[in-house]
Design a protein around this ligand. Structure first.
Ligand SMILES: [Zn+2]
Length: 475
């Protein structure tokens, strides 16, 4: 039997992994994994990173990767460590991003394991990393670039092409054509779907043009992160400027947890503009990440993907690496020096959901002081420290200690790279025909079920929320 099996991002927003198993005359023809993401957030989910897949990794022929967020690509080094040795297909920008994000992820895994071993805080002795930085580096040789719209034939039974998802740099949806028993069916895996329109409603958006319209498929596997939400339609810049001014006036610093590549750089351009126009005081700005400089270079390299607004900003201000008063802290020593600074500073650091990385050190120092501001500009998955801080907790655990939260905490939802419910419905209305079946993945249960209801009511499509490890037979 040919089938799809949901091996992650079912009932949760992380761990995206969908297996396509194709039979050929009774024998196994082909197995492909669409995305290979890490589970993040609650322990119950994270423990799934240690479970084996239901099929041997060496029996998987290829991975098709939609984009470079860790919840979509972060399990690849583990898959390779367990014996997968096939090609990993992704767009050139996604490959560039994975080139810095996956080794960094391995580095964080190693740091975590070392911490647990030092303080004996794990039930495993010794605590091990899911994979190391070196293992993550080695798996990069398996990546193969596929440009948008290029048709890639994997076997006589399966071909695919990437179309734009407009979510982050390089992000794609995978259109897959599958031939079995003389019949071809079309599958569409949405990956994460970006904002549908450009500047008016999403001033923080980097990539252009919205997701590809006029899709046509038999089976749709679609994300539902914001399946029960609507983003604010106001320009975030005046609000952002006011928040920074007030913080600086009271002698505090601003800490912004942010995805290391793209989101951080776009935020820096907005800051630069606010400073140049006198809306924000010229305090020192730190892009604090071990990959800060490469992140800026990758960002600037892929200008073909930008909105006209982003292009104009880059043309006007050039490379952030050359701006006075903007510092890119690559080494641990640079990073520590930020803490010696007595003056208000703005620190942009990763990880964006505070699951690890240098942001932890900045928050441990600054969360207890009410003069400071912690500003969220991205999605916070339940169970992550970012979610805890954002939702008004009085303390949060970092490196085994409870850190009191007295700093001001704010979030600007306008920066979201995910379409909200009205935008998702608007995009679905452009489909040329209703898919025979739609499965919703990558959403918390309330978001997925409300989107399911809205799609059933408004479009009259056949929609279900996918369940973990559920197998869907393919005709
Ligand atoms: Zn994503």
């Amino acid at each position: 039997m040919s089938y799809i099996q949901f091996l992650g991002a079912a009932g949760v927003v992380t761990g995206s992994k969908h297996l396509i198993h194709v039979d050929s005359d009774g024998s196994r023809g082909l197995q492909v994994l669409v995305d290979c993401g890490m589970f993040q957030g609650q322990k119950e989910w994270r423990e799934r990173n240690w479970q084996d897949l239901p099929v041997p990794p060496q029996s998987i022929d290829a991975v098709i990767l939609t984009h470079a967020h860790i919840d979509h690509c972060g399990w690849i080094p583990r898959l390779v460590k367990q014996g997968f040795h096939g090609p990993i297909y992704a767009t050139p920008a996604t490959i560039d991003l994975c080139g810095i994000l996956l080794p960094d992820s391995g580095h964080l895994q190693e740091e975590d394991a070392a911490f647990h071993n030092k303080f004996k805080t794990s039930k495993h002795e010794p605590a091990l990393p899911l994979y190391t930085m070196e293992e993550a580096q080695q798996c990069l040789t398996l990546f193969r670039p596929v440009n948008f719209s290029e048709l890639k034939q994997l076997s006589s039974q399966l071909s695919f092409r990437f179309v734009r998802a407009a979510h982050i740099l390089g992000s794609a949806m995978a259109e897959i054509a599958l031939t079995s028993n003389g019949k071809t069916s079309k599958l569409l895996f949405s990956g994460d779907i970006g904002r549908v329109r450009d500047n008016q409603i999403a001033p923080g958006k980097v990539v252009h043009s919205g997701p590809t319209e006029g899709e046509d498929c038999d089976l749709l596997v679609m994300e539902s992160t914001y399946g029960n939400r609507q983003h604010p339609h106001t320009d975030p810049r005046p609000e952002l400027a006011a928040l920074i001014r007030t913080t600086v006036q009271r002698g505090g610093s601003v800490v912004v947890p942010s995805f290391a590549v793209e989101r951080s750089q776009k935020f820096l351009f907005l800051l630069k503009e606010l400073m140049e126009t006198g809306q924000v005081p010229r305090v020192p700005v730190h892009g604090d990440s071990p990959m800060a400089i490469r992140a800026v270079e990758i960002f600037l390299k892929h200008s073909e993907e930008f909105t006209p607004e982003t292009k104009a900003l880059i043309e006007k201000y050039g490379s952030p690496l050359e701006w006075p008063n903007f510092h890119f802290d690559v080494t641990q020593d640079n990073s520590k020096k930020i803490n010696d600074s007595k003056y208000p500073t703005i620190i942009v650091s990763s990880s964006g959901m505070v699951t690890g990385g240098r942001i932890l050190h900045h928050l441990i120092l600054r969360l207890p002081d009410p003069r400071n501001l912690v500003l969220f500009i991205g999605f916070q998955a339940p169970g992550t420290r970012g979610f805890t801080i954002k939702n008004g907790a009085s303390e949060v655990k970092m490196f085994g200690q409870e850190v009191p939260i007295r700093a001001q905490v704010e979030s600007l939802e306008q920066f979201s790279d995910h379409a909200d419910t009205p935008e998702l419905l608007e995009w679905l209305h452009t489909f040329r025909r209703p898919p025979k079946q739609t499965y919703l993945v990558h959403g918390e249960p309330p978001a997925a079920s409300q989107l399911c209801e809205a799609m059933t009511r408004e479009l009259r499509w056949n929609v279900q929320v996918a369940a973990y490890r559920q197998k869907v037979p393919l005709e």
